[in-house]
Design a protein around this ligand. Structure first.
Ligand code: T1G
Length: 694
C-alpha cells in the first residue's frame, strides 16, 4: 500500500481522484501536491471526459492542515489548488461524505459540481479558529448560495446537513452509495449530461447590502473584541465584484487574521481540547459502562442523570425520600423538555430517555449498575457514609465516583475496601449542558478506572481533563485563589461593578460578582467556613463583604439580592452594598484608592496565572494546556485568549514575576512567586514549551 495521499484511477472515459490522508484527510502539503499531480496525470491521458474526486476513510477533507499554521507556507497553497481545480478543462465533481469543512468545502466549491452522501455535512468553521475561509470560500459560497446563506455558514461555523446544503445551493445532488461508487456514478452522469456542471467563479453574487450592513453591525456589537467575524463580512461583501479581486482581498484578510493573537489562542484551544485526552492511563482497558446509578436528585444529580439519559444510558436515581425523588425526576423531565425545545433531541428520544430512568429510595437497587456517581450535598461525613454503604452493595468491578467539587477523594475512597475502583467525576452546572468533566484520580485509583472515566466522558460528549487530588482539584483551587484577588480589589477601593465590567471588557462573559450571585453566595460562604480552621493567620481575610451579604440572607439571584438586585430580567444596583463595603474597609483600617481597568485585569489575571502555575508545579494538572481547557470549558474563560496559561505566555514569566514581587510589597502572604514561574523567568521557558514536554 503506497503512502501516496492522492491516487488516480481511470475507468473508461472517467477518472477518479481518491484522497487518502487519515485521520480526517486534512489538505496538508502532500495532499495539495497530490491533487495537482493527479490533474496533470489525467490531462496526460487525454481522453477523460469527467473526473470524480472523493476521499477514503471516515470523511471528506475536513479542512486545511491546522498543524501547518504558523509554519512557512509551502506551495501549492490551497487557494492555488482550488483555482487549478476550477480552471481544469475537464469537469470535476466532488463527492462529499462525513464532514467537508473549511478548506475541504472550498476544494469542493472549486470543483464544477458537488454531490453529497445523505449523512454528509458541510461547513466553513474557520471563524472558530479566529481566521476566515482563505481558499476562496468567502467568494465562492456567496456565488453558489447567496449572501445571507454564505454569511450564516461563515459566521456560525456550523456543520450543515446535506439536505439543507442542497436547499442552500452549496451542493447539487444527494446520492446513496460508497464515496468511490458515487464518484464513479456522478462522473458518468456528467458525461451523460444528467448532472450539470459549472465554474463557480463565473457565477455572479447578487448584491445584498442590507444583509451585509445588518450582519456587520451585529458582529461588531456581539463580538467587539474579535477581528475575524468582521473580516468575514467584509470579504463576503467583496464577492459581488470580480473574482480575482475578491480572492486577493480575502487572502489579505486571511493572513491578517492568521497572524492575530486571537487566532493563535483559538487554535491552541482546538488542539488543547484534543490534547487533554493524552493521559498516562490511555492504554488501559476501560470497563464497559452499560448502566449508571446517581445518588442525589438535586441540581447536579439530576443534571448528571439527564446527561447520561441523553447519551442512551439507563439511569437509576437514588434519593432519601419520595418527595426528593419526585423533585429529582421532575428536574430531569424539565431538562429533557428543554433539550427538545433547543432541538437537541426529538420527542420520541425524550420519551425513550425517560423510559430508561428508574427512581428509587433503595440504595440496594444499585447492586448491578456498572458505575455509580454520588452527587449529594458537599459534606464529607455524608459522602463517607454513602461510600461505606456502596462498598457493601455494588457488584465487583463497579466504578464508584464522587461528584464532589472540592473534597479529598482519597479520604472518601478509604471508606471502601476497593479504593482502586474509586475516582472523582466532577461535573459542572448545568451538568447536561456544560462540556467539562474533571476526572479526579486518587492515589489508589486503578488505570482502567481512570480510562473508564474518560470513556464515559466521550459517551456523554464531554471533554475530560485529568486532575490530581487537592482541595478544589484544578478549577476550583485556582478559582478560590483569584476570587480573593477580586475581593481584595473591592476592599482596597474598587467597586464590584467596576471589577466585573473590567473583566467583561477583557472577554469574560460575566464578572466574578455576577457569577457569584448566579451560583449563590452561600456556596462561597460555606467554603470559607469550612476552611476557616486551616486559614493561615497571616492571610488577609477576603470574605468580610460576601459574609455580610450572606448573613443578611442575600445570596444572589436565588434570593433576588446579592452584590446586585435582581428584578425579573433586570440587574440593578444593591443600594445597601456601599455601606457594607465601607464598614468592611473601616474594620480593616483600609483607606480606599482608585484602580484603573488595566490594573484590575492585571491583578485578577496575575492571581489566576500564579495559582495555575502552582497547580502544574504540584502535578495536579498534567500540563498547562489542561488548565487552559478546564477554564475554557468550565469557567467561561474567553476562548479568544486561549486560557490562563496560554494568555500568560503573551505576558511572559519575567514580567509576571516582576508584577507579583511588586504586589507582594502590599501583601507578601497572598502574592508569592511560584517556583515554576521563577524558573521559567530564569531559563526563558514558556507554558507552550511545557505543553510540548520541553
Ligand atoms: N488539521 C489537522 N488536524 C486535524 C484537523 C485539521 N483540520 N481536523 C482534525 N484534526 C485531527 C485532530 O487534532 C485529531 O488528532 C484527529 O484529527 C481527529 O479529530 C484555508 C485555513 C473533523 C469534525 O476547523 O472540527 O480549512 O488528537 O478528535 O471528534 O479556509 O476534528 O487524534 O491527534 O476532532 O471525529 C477548518 C477541524 C480548518 C475542522 C472530526 N477545519 N476539525 O471530529 O475527531 S482551517 C476545521 C474538526 C481551513 C481554509 C482554512 C473535527 C472533525 P488527534 P477529532 P472528531
Amino acid at each position: 500500500m503506497s503512502d501516496k495521499k492522492v491516487r488516480v484511477e481511470i475507468v473508461e472515459e472517467v477518472a477518479l481522484i481518491c484522497i487518502d490522508n487519515p485521520p480526517v484527510n486534512a489538505s496538508g502539503l502532500a495532499v495539495r501536491q497530490g491533487i495537482v499531480a493527479a490533474l496533470e496525470e489525467i490531462s496526460a491521458v487525454g481522453s477523460i471526459r469527467a473526473v470524480g474526486l472523493y476521499c477514503a476513510g471516515r470523511t471528506f477533507i475536513a479542512g486545511a492542515d491546522i498543524t501547518e499554521f504558523g509554519k512557512p507556507l509551502q506551495e501549492p497553497g490551497l487557494p492555488g489548488v482550488c483555482d487549478t481545480l476550477e480552471n481544469f478543462d475537464t469537469p470535476i465533481v466532488a463527492v462529499i461524505h462525513g464532514t467537508a469543512l473549511g478548506g475541504g468545502l472550498e476544494t469542493a466549491m472549486g470543483c464544477h459540481a458537488r454531490v453529497a452522501l445523505p449523512s454528509a455535512k458541510v461547513g466553513l468553521p474557520e471563524v472558530l479558529l479566529g481566521i476566515l475561509p482563505g481558499a476562496g470560500g468567502t467568494q465562492r459560497a456567496p456565488r453558489l448560495a447567496g449572501i445571507p446563506n454564505a454569511l450564516d455558514l461563515i459566521l456560525s461555523g456550523r456543520h450543515v446537513a446535506a439536505q439543507e446544503a442542497l436547499e442552500m445551493g452549496v451542493i447539487d445532488r444527494i446520492m446513496e452509495g460508497t464515496p468511490r461508487d458515487v464518484a464513479l456514478a456522478a462522473a458518468r452522469e456528467v458525461v451523460a449530461g444528467t448532472l450539470a456542471t459549472r465554474r463557480t467563479g463565473t457565477l455572479q453574487t447578487a448584491p445584498d447590502d442590507a444583509a451585509i450592513a445588518t450582519t456587520l453591525a451585529h458582529v461588531q456589537q456581539k463580538h467587539p473584541q474579535l477581528i475575524s467575524p468582521q473580516k468575514c463580512v467584509e470579504c463576503v461583501a467583496a464577492s459581488t465584484g470580480d473574482l480575482q479581486e475578491g480572492l486577493a482581498f480575502e487572502r489579505a484578510a486571511f493572513m491578517e487574521c492568521l497572524a492575530s493573537p486571537q487566532s493563535k489562542a483559538l487554535i491552541h484551544a482546538f488542539f488543547g481540547e484534543r490534547a487533554v485526552a493524552n493521559i498516562p492511563e490511555k492504554t488501559a482497558q476501560a470497563r464497559d459502562i452499560g448502566s449508571l446509578g446517581v445518588i442525589g436528585g438535586g441540581t447536579m444529580g439530576s443534571g448528571i442523570s439527564t446527561s447520561a439519559l441523553m447519551a442512551g444510558l439507563p439511569v437509576t436515581l437514588i434519593e432519601v425520600t419520595q418527595e426528593a425523588l419526585a423533585r429529582g425526576v421532575a428536574t430531569i423531565t424539565a431538562n429533557l423538555e428543554g433539550a427538545v425545545k433547543r432541538g437537541k433531541m426529538g420527542a420520541a428520544a425524550r420519551d425513550a430517555a425517560l423510559a430508561r430512568l428508574t427512581a428509587s429510595t433503595e440504595m440496594q437497587s444499585l447492586s448491578e449498575v456498572d458505575l455509580v456517581i454520588e452527587a449529594v450535598f458537599e459534606n464529607m461525613e455524608i459522602k463517607k457514609e454513602i461510600f461505606g454503604k456502596l462498598d457493601g452493595i455494588c457488584k465487583e468491578g463497579a466504578v464508584l465516583a464522587s461528584n464532589t467539587s472540592y473534597l479529598d477523594i482519597n479520604e472518601i475512597a478509604a471508606m471502601t475496601g476497593r479504593p482502586q475502583d474509586v475516582l472523582g467525576l466532577h461535573f459542572f452546572s448545568p451538568a447536561h449542558i456544560m462540556k467539562l468533566l474533571e476526572v479526579v484520580v486518587g492515589e489508589n485509583t486503578a488505570p482502567e478506572v481512570v480510562a473508564t472515566g474518560f470513556s464515559l466522558a466521550k459517551k456523554l460528549r464531554k471533554v475530560a481533563v485529568r486532575a490530581g487530588v487537592c482541595d478544589g482539584f484544578i478549577g476550583n483551587r485556582i478559582l478560590g485563589h483569584y476570587l480573593k484577588a477580586a475581593s481584595y480589589l473591592v476592599l482596597d477601593g474598587a467597586h464590584p461593578d467596576q471589577v466585573d465590567r473590567a473583566l467583561e471588557g477583557f472577554g469574560f462573559a460575566m464578572g466574578p460578582h455576577r457569577v457569584g450571585d448566579l451560583a449563590g453566595l452561600d456556596i462561597g460562604y460555606m467554603t470559607r467556613k469550612r476552611l476557616a480552621a486551616t486559614r493561615p493567620p497571616e492571610e488577609r481575610y477576603s470574605g468580610a463583604i460576601a459574609d455580610q451579604l450572606s448573613e443578611n440572607g442575600w445570596n444572589g439571584r436565588k434570593s433576588g439580592k446579592g452584590y446586585f438586585v435582581y428584578d425579573g430580567r433586570e440587574t440593578l444596583e444593591n443600594p445597601d452594598l456601599n455601606a457594607i463595603i465601607a464598614e468592611a474597609r473601616a474594620k480593616a483600617g483600609i483607606t480606599p484608592r482608585d484602580f484603573s481597568v488595566a490594573e484590575i485585569v492585571e491583578r485578577y489575571m496575575t492571581a489566576m496565572i500564579s495559582e495555575a502555575a502552582r497547580v502544574v508545579e504540584d502535578g495536579i494538572a498534567l500540563r498547562p494546556v489542561d488548565v487552559d481547557v478546564v477554564f475554557l470549558m468550565g469557567y467561561g474563560f474567553p476562548r479568544f485568549r486561549g486560557g490562563p496559561l496560554h494568555y500568560a505566555d503573551t505576558i511572559g514569566a519575567a514580567e509576571l514575576v516582576r508584577r507579583i514581587e511588586a504586589y507582594a510589597e502590599e501583601d507578601a502572604h497572598y502574592w508569592q512567586v511560584p517556583d515554576l514561574l521563577r524558573k521559567m523567568a530564569a531559563d526563558g521557558t514558556t507554558f507552550a514549551d511545557l505543553n510540548k514536554g520541553k
